[in-house]
Design a protein around this ligand. Structure first.
Ligand code: 4AD
Ligand code: MG
Length: 436
């Protein structure tokens, strides 16, 4: 008789039934005439109970000597068991080994402690661990929430190109690729410039995709390839940008708290810190932030950019994300609109996540005057010819507009409470890591 195959996550609906699950051996405990194989199938863990006296000799022996991460199909009856990991246990009636991992070349990741580099080299296997599994599921939830937020607030999704002819976020972090006959292309640093074009066509848009920065920095916040969500709105001011950023973050954190409690528990995340995230987020100016930093012993002077350590100090003063606006124009990108009352500062905002995490969002209002934009492009040493289409947006119905970009990995690191962004993406790309 064919047994019904279920996933471990469906166990609750099959109590008392004999079913089969297909997965991998996560762990095996032995206690005399009983063995307890723990099977994982990607949806959860199932503790199985195999009793020697109730099984054919060979089946019991096979299970008893099974090696970690061997693939198998287990058949048996599901029973509620409060003490078991997923709340259920399975009394084994039969087993089929799909592939047995040989003792001579065992699965390299064992319950003992391993160094990060060892694990990173085996990232393709490390993803099977409970902790990594939980992080990727929270990431999925965050991405889905971000999309749901924009989809339900009148934004149209418009994908922007990966190959681009010029820089968006400074020329020092460009990845260059050959693009046919003597032409050069760069991997996109941000979809923003194209979003500005599509915002003039659709009003409110967002793009969500991979972005690239040749960051030569080895920090816990930098990847060379990361995913960014970027909304852009026509007829929007800096205050509109802040409001949308705040609403979106609240929506995302709420969703994770609602749907990913088991994962947060696996990660030992202090959820009270996430529950504290509520509106309004404190809003302060760059000037005020500099004063706070100086009062806490930072060397920063007006005009300087915040280092990672500065952001850590700053965010530790608050229990929720903060919004810092009006940074000096000189340290910001060419497209930032100057404050008409104080042209030396830009109408830009960074959102810094609490608990020392720092910047997760950068955005603001864009220059909408053609002459000023041309000057800025020249001052930043950018090739004007590559921006002719961008300047058209200031010629044909230019309007105040703005948006922001949120780095998904930094957001995941914060919400999961992780030390480093490298664990927030399945296969991280960093200065010294291109494999696996
Ligand atoms: O502040 P950034 O450079 O802003 C932009 O790219 C704008 N064009 C976005 C916009 O207004 N549409 O980057 C935005 C966010 C940062 O706040 C950070 O979360 C993330 O992208 N980010 C990185 N994440 C990981 N590794 C890196 N190297 C990152 N660089 C930026
Ligand atoms: Mg930034």
């Amino acid at each position: 008789m064919d047994m019904q195959r279920i996933t471990i996550s469906e166990a609750a609906r099959h109590q008392g039934e004999s079913i089969e699950i297909a997965g991998w051996l996560y762990n095996l405990r032995k206690s005399g005439k009983i063995v307890f194989p723990i099977v994982r199938d990607g949806t959860g863990l199932m503790q199985c109970v195999a009793v020697k006296s109730q099984l054919p000799e060979d089946v019991f022996e096979t299970l008893k000597n099974l090696t970690q991460e061997s693939s198998l199909i287990v058949r048996g009856k599901v029973r509620a068991e409060a003490r078991a990991a997923g709340g259920f246990e399975m009394d084994v009636e039969g087993v089929e080994i799909v592939q047995r991992v040989p003792e001579s070349d065992p699965y390299p990741i064992t319950p003992k402690e391993h160094g990060v580099e060892f694990l990173m080299d085996r990232r393709h296997l490390w993803l099977r661990s409970q902790r990594q599994h939980a992080i990727i599921r929270v990431r999925h939830e965050i991405i889905k929430a971000v999309r749901d937020y924009f989809d339900s607030h009148g934004f149209t999704l418009v994908d922007t190109p990966i190959f681009t002819p010029a820089a968006c976020e400074g020329t020092t972090t460009l990845f260059e690729v050959n693009y046919f006959d003597d032409d050069k292309a760069y991997l996109t640093q941000s979809g923003q410039l194209y979003n500005e074009a599509t915002a003039m066509a659709f009003g409110k848009v967002y793009t969500f995709g991979p972005t690239f920065r040749a960051e030569k920095s080895k920090t816990r916040r930098h990847l060379t390839e990361f995913w960014m969500v970027e909304p852009e709105m026509a007829y929007a001011t800096l205050e509109d940008v802040k409001r949308v950023a705040e609403e979106m973050i609240l929506f995302v954190v709420g969703r994770v708290l609602e749907n990913r409690q088991p994962e947060l528990k696996t990660l030992e995340r202090d959820v009270s810190k996430l529950e504290a995230v509520s509106a309004p987020f404190p809003r302060l100016s760059y000037d005020e932030a500099v004063k706070i930093l100086q009062a806490h012993g930072s060397e920063i002077q007006w005009g300087g950019d915040f280092g990672g350590a500065d952001e850590t100090i700053l965010t530790q003063q608050f229990d929720r994300p903060i919004m810092v606006d009006r940074y000096p124009s000189a340290i910001k990108a060419f497209y930032m609109q100057p404050d008409p009352e104080r042209p030396e500062v830009a109408l830009g905002v960074d959102v810094l996540a609490p608990e020392g995490y720092g910047e997760i969002i950068g955005g603001g209002e864009r220059v909408n005057d053609a002459a000023l934009l041309i000057r800025r492009i020249e001052e930043h040493g950018l090739p004007p010819a590559a921006f002719d289409w961008y300047l058209d947006l200031r010629k044909f119905g230019s309007v105040p507009h703005g948006g922001f970009g949120m780095g998904i990995e930094r957001c995941v690191a914060w919400i999961c409470g992780l030390e480093h962004v490298r664990e927030t993406i399945a296969f991280p790309r960093m200065l010294y890591r291109l494999r696996p």
